[in-house]
Design a protein around this ligand. Structure first.
Ligand code: GLN
Length: 304
């Protein structure tokens, strides 16, 4: 397959959608990103790279970070997480509180905010400096020692994070956050503030397409079962309450973030990332989703 040619076609297919949707405005750092930014990158398990548009420009990865914090938590603690977090799509928005009361503080899955906070608690509990360790983990995945947390984004997340604080304290009231709520939130706000480009993210996620082995360093990040499970969760829960629709239209494990990025995995083949800031009402990037649809239609690469 000529990946560059394919990505150029995918890019052209998605360009007409660029004006649609709204940029996330809950923090200034996201509201200020030019809305017409659009990049796509893919990295194959053989190490091939293709990129188009603003694929080298760092953006706020936001909820895509939940994939990596989950990977770290599974690596740390194996199946212990599943006592404290479910594996079902929530059918509610990513920051919803409603199910938690009825379900005794057990979040539906690790990709809604509630679940990611429980994952963050697990990481924080086992580590002296989970924030530094997560950054190190990501730097290793990308092979870039300069990868950083955008402290301005992290500070805004903290300043506007009333709902995430409410979620964390509510979960704590059920005993499902064991550590200090402020430490858990600090880790969560920082993971959301990781600044990465499409190329870096695709490179970082390649182990998910390669049965858990980072194809660049040959390091085993996860075992094949853990890797399959993350992919399964991405397919069923990775794009918030649109996961059913995305499975229907795209048919790849995918994780989105309100920064406008979407990561998708073609198992045993590649990781692909698209980024454009305008979001649909569910919080998924309109142009990035269009790119994923076009990629699957043109390449025939899907898990189904
Ligand atoms: N920082 C955002 C939040 O916690 C991340 C959510 C997202 O990308 N869906 O609300």
């Amino acid at each position: 397959m000529n990946w560059s040619q394919l990505l150029n076609q995918v890019y052209a297919d998605a360009i007409p959608t660029l004006g649609r949707g709204e940029v996330a405005t809950y923090i200034p750092a996201l509201a200020e990103v030019p809305a017409n930014r659009f990049g796509i990158a893919l990295v194959t398990v053989e190490g091939d790279l293709a990129a188009v548009g603003h694929a080298h420009e760092p953006f706020s990865i936001q909820s895509i970070s939940k994939v990596f914090s989950l990977a770290m938590a599974l690596r740390d603690g194996g199946d212990a997480l599943w006592q404290r977090c479910g594996r079902e799509p929530s059918g509610n928005s990513f920051n919803s509180l409603v199910q938690l009361e009825r379900e005794h503080g057990i979040p539906r899955n690790p990709f809604i905010n509630a679940g990611a906070l429980v994952v963050a608690d697990l990481l924080a509990k086992r580590r002296i400096n989970a924030r530094a360790d997560l950054l190190k983990f990501m730097r290793n995945r990308v092979g870039n020692e300069r990868l950083y947390y955008d402290e301005r984004v992290a500070a805004s997340e903290a300043a506007t994070g009333a709902r995430n604080r409410a979620l964390a304290w509510f979960i704590k009231s059920f005993g499902n956050i064991e550590g200090k709520v402020d430490e858990v939130l600090d880790l969560y706000f920082h993971q959301c503030a990781l600044a990465m480009s499409c190329v870096e993210l695709a490179r970082a996620a390649c182990f998910l397409a390669n049965e858990g082995i980072d194809p660049f360093t040959q390091e085993r990040v996860l075992n094949p079962l853990q890797t399959r499970r993350i992919n399964a969760l991405m397919l069923t829960c990775g794009t918030y309450d649109a996961a059913g629709e995305v499975a229907f239209q795209v048919g790849l494990p995918a994780k989105s973030g309100v920064g406008g990025g979407i990561l998708a995995i073609v198992p045993r083949k590649l990781a692909i990332v698209a980024w454009s800031p305008r979001l649909d009402p569910q919080g998924n990037s309109v142009a990035s989703l269009a790119a994923m649809r076009s990629f699957v239609e043109r390449s025939g690469l899907t898990v189904f």
